[in-house]
Ligand binder design. Structure first.
Ligand SMILES: *[C@@H]1O[C@H](CO)[C@@H](O)[C@H](O)[C@H]1NC(C)=O
Ligand SMILES: *[C@@H]1O[C@H](CO)[C@@H](O)[C@H](O)[C@H]1NC(C)=O
Length: 333
């Protein structure tokens, strides 16, 4: 069902990440909704299911995740990001005292920057031989707001997964690639930069240990599978599982578990959009953030195949999302 990567996939990635964001967010009602997935999915049924939902203003605005994602994409398209990046060493030296103080006190946090950074994987460094650039940019940008490795490695993971989606790499290899290919490069990169090396190395293990734990749980630490699922893995069991992925019970809030929930949903849902949204977008945690990552990768893999048109045709910022996808596709080909 995957087809060779085309412009439609780039457009779908931008559009559906926005649509998934708006659906998971539901104008703040469904982000961190403690009523639990039963209530959300029940209400979704009462609204007539996903096929009946017209994602448009005023009821379904996008969240800040999409606003930042779009700003980054437009920045890349116009070259503004390039100039931001060339100023990066300067910015980092300016922020050095602040960041050093912040390291150790900030333990990840809201993962908006994870969302932003994934654009780099998608549009700027999608090829295997660009891995070093992808990791370097993800670490540098991620560290601006998330000095803790659990935060900025989440930026690496999201960027990497979109690159893997572009490369059509089997989903069962994504986690292993993160641990064996990207994380070691990120570690050397941090050492090379000689910035907060000690604190970063001290706190490095949590992200990798948790990911190794997850890959073992799913039977994919060898990168092959078959994927192992719990005998029952409905909305209630998933919510418990997502909490067990998380740092403090807030599913999808940190750098390690937002891409983990996204991968879990992608692995299970395959080309089924509705199932993807149930898993990645309608849960009791940071549902819009996990949906943004999952839907971006899903759009790259499957386009808009099987997605009800109403879910994206009147999406807020639609024209700008599509235009940025066109420009970036042209730049990367
Ligand atoms: C959670 O979602 C339900 C169903 O849409 C809604 O009625 C409720 O107000 C939401 N809770 C919060 C705290 O937003
Ligand atoms: C680290 O620095 C060495 C020497 O300058 C360089 O060859 C290497 O590519 C750098 N690696 C990373 C991941 O930054």
């Amino acid at each position: 069902t995957e087809s060779p990567l085309k412009l439609i996939h780039y457009k779908a990635a931008m559009l559906l990440s926005g649509a998934g964001d708006a659906l998971g967010y539901r104008n703040q009602l469904w982000e961190y909704n403690e009523s639990g997935p039963h209530v959300l999915l029940q209400e979704l049924q009462e609204l007539g299911g996903l096929k009946n939902i017209k994602v448009e203003l005023p009821d379904w605005p996008v969240s800040d995740d999409t606003v930042l994602h779009l700003a980054t994409a437009e920045g890349l398209a116009t070259g503004e990001i390039k100039s931001i990046l060339s100023d990066w060493p300067f910015l980092i030296s300016q922020h050095l005292p602040l960041s050093v103080g912040a390291v150790g006190t900030i333990f990840s946090g809201k993962c908006s920057w994870t969302m932003v950074v994934k654009t780099f994987g998608l549009h700027r460094y999608p090829k295997p031989d660009q891995l070093l650039s992808l990791v370097a940019v993800a670490v540098e940008t991620g560290r601006m707001t998330h000095p803790h490795p659990t935060g900025f490695l989440g930026a690496v993971a999201s960027a990497l997964f979109t690159a893997y989606a572009v490369q059509r790499r089997p989903l069962t290899t994504w986690g292993l690639g993160l641990l064996n290919e990207a994380c070691p490069i990120a570690k050397v990169f941090v050492q090379n930069r000689s910035f907060a090396v000690e604190e970063t190395e001290r706190d490095w293990a949590y992200f990798c240990d948790k990911w190794l734990w997850y890959l073992d749980l799913r039977g994919i630490s060898n990168g092959i599978g078959p994927v192992i699922w719990p005998s029952s893995y409905g909305p209630a069991e998933r919510d418990e599982a997502y909490k067990s992925f998380s740092l403090s019970g807030w599913a999808g809030r940190s750098g390690h578990d937002a891409p983990m929930i996204a991968l879990d949903a992608l692995l299970a849902a395959g080309p089924d959009w509705e199932d993807l949204m149930s898993r990645a977008g309608f849960h009791g945690g940071d549902s819009d953030s996990t949906a943004v990552i999952a839907c971006c990768c899903w759009g790259l893999l499957y386009g808009t195949q099987g997605v009800p048109e109403g879910n994206y045709c009147n999406l807020e910022y639609r024209e700008r999302l599509e235009r940025s996808a066109e420009q970036l596709y042209a730049l990367s080909h």
